[in-house]
Structure formats: structure tokens, C-alpha cells
Design a binder for this molecule. Structure first.
Ligand SMILES: N[C@@H](CCC(=O)N[C@@H](CS)C(=O)NCC(=O)O)C(=O)O
Length: 231
């Protein structure tokens, strides 16, 4: 059994997509990030960066104590290695999946996160910040579109890299991106959306009490303006 410490956001959905694709038994442990659950000592023991997702694998392959993993890319890689699924075993195929996984974690995720913050959540709309991240997200859509030329999936075979990218890219409207500009990315989005396990992974936790960050002052207090907590 895998416990997924989760809230229904793109970073969490990457993991539920993987779990739905493989059929690994899992249960969702809600981490209401708008109510400060990410700062609870028991969660920080699993995820010291106070971010979800995190998992606990109660049946690790070595048969030992449960294993906790934080950071979505590390979780995807851990689960791919555990199951032998969605990550090629040959050196070239594996390096390509890891490249695109790193691309998502280091580029697409942070740029979309900052764009969402400045364009949608910030009370003070700063044109320079919105333009900077809009341009960067637009650039990244172009990079992906180029990569998908002649390919169905980012690393040829469907992999954890697609699972990491999709939950962010599907929110293109929110980021002001016209996907018609990116026909290959657009076709890939449709291909991903048509996978039943992807749809189930995106739906995971849909009954959890999420709120809109624009008007939820308590959530804004927990999520924005964080500084180091001294012990
Ligand atoms: N690099 C991390 C990012 C995770 C992340 O940013 N999670 C957000 C929700 S999407 C979170 O838990 N935020 C809580 C907070 O900011 O305190 C990953 O990929 O796992």
C-alpha cells in the first residue's frame, strides 16, 4: 500500500496518474495546504520542504521498513523503479526520460507556478512579472511542441515524463496560452486526456474541500510570504 500525501494540484496529480496507470494500491492522505497541514511536524518528517506530494511505501522492494519519498520527480522515479513501468531500462531511453522529467521540474513547473502567482493570485498586478513569466511559459510550450515533432510522447514511449508534464500543460487557458499555436503539444494533450488512467489521476481528490486562492485569506496567509521557520 502506498500512502499519497496529497492535495489536488498539478504536482499531486502526477503521482495519482502514475498510481492509476499501474494499479498499485494507494490511499490519499489529504494535506490541506490552504489550512497549513504542510507545516505539521508529522508531515515535515516526510517532506521537510513543506510541499506535497510525498509518499510512504509500506511494502518497499527490499522488504524493510516503510520508505518515505518527497519531491514529485523523485517519487515518480522511485515508483517507476519499484514497478519497472514507464521508465526504459536501457541507458539512452532512461536518460531521455530523466532529461524531460528534469525539464518539467526545473522549468515548466516553476514558470507556470510563478505565472499563476503574478497573473492570478497577486493582488498587486505587476506587468513586468506577468510578462516575464508569460513569455517563459510560452517559450516552454514551444520547446515541448518542437520535441513532439514526429513523436507521440516526449520520450517516444509513454513515460513518467509525460505524467509530470501533463497536469501543468492542461491548464494552458489559465496561463493565457492559445494551444492552437502549438499543434503537436495540442495533439499530445488530447492523447493524454484520452487515457482513462490519466483522467482518473486528475480526478483524484476531487471531493476535497479546495478553495479559490483569490478570495481565501487564510490560504493566502499559509501559502504566500513564507520565510524560514527557526527552531
Ligand atoms: N518541486 C516540488 C513542488 C511541490 C509543490 O510546489 N507543492 C505545492 C502545491 S502544488 C505545495 O505543497 N505547496 C505548499 C506550500 O507552498 O506551503 C514537487 O515537484 O514535488
Amino acid at each position: 500500500m502506498i500512502d499519497v500525501h496529497f492535495w489536488p494540484t498539478p504536482n499531486g496529480q502526477k503521482i495519482t496518474i502514475f498510481l492509476e496507470e499501474t494499479g498499485l494500491p494507494y490511499r490519499v492522505v489529504p494535506v490541506n495546504i490552504g489550512r497549513g497541514d504542510q507545516f505539521k511536524p508529522e508531515f515535515l518528517k516526510l517532506s521537510p520542504n513543506n510541499r506535497m506530494p510525498a509518499i510512504v511505501d509500506h511494502a518497499p522492494v527490499d522488504g524493510g521498513e516503510p520508505i518515505a519519498v518527497f519531491e514529485s520527480a523523485a517519487i515518480l522515479q522511485y515508483l517507476a523503479e519499484k514497478t519497472g513501468r514507464f521508465m526504459p531500462s536501457d541507458v539512452r531511453g532512461k536518460k531521455t526520460v530523466l532529461e524531460w522529467l528534469a525539464w518539467q521540474i526545473a522549468n515548466l513547473g516553476p514558470a507556470c507556478g510563478q505565472l499563476g502567482h503574478f497573473k492570478i493570485y497577486a493582488k498587486d498586478k505587476i506587468p513586468y512579472a506577468i510578462e516575464r513569466y508569460s513569455n517563459e511559459v510560452h517559450r516552454l510550450f514551444g520547446v515541448l511542441d518542437g520535441r513532439l515533432e514526429g513523436r507521440d510522447y516526449v520520450a517516444d514511449e509513454y513515460s513518467i515524463a509525460d505524467m509530470a508534464i501533463y497536469p501543468w500543460l492542461r491548464n494552458h487557458e489559465r496561463f493565457g496560452i492559445d494551444v492552437a499555436e502549438f499543434p503537436r503539444a495540442s495533439a499530445w494533450l488530447a492523447r493524454m486526456a484520452a487515457r482513462p488512467a490519466v483522467a482518473r489521476g486528475i480526478d483524484a481528490g476531487k471531493d476535497l474541500p479546495t478553495t479559490s486562492l483569490q478570495d481565501d485569506d487564510e490560504a493566502r496567509k499559509h501559502l504566500f510570504g513564507q520565510r524560514a521557520r527557526t527552531h
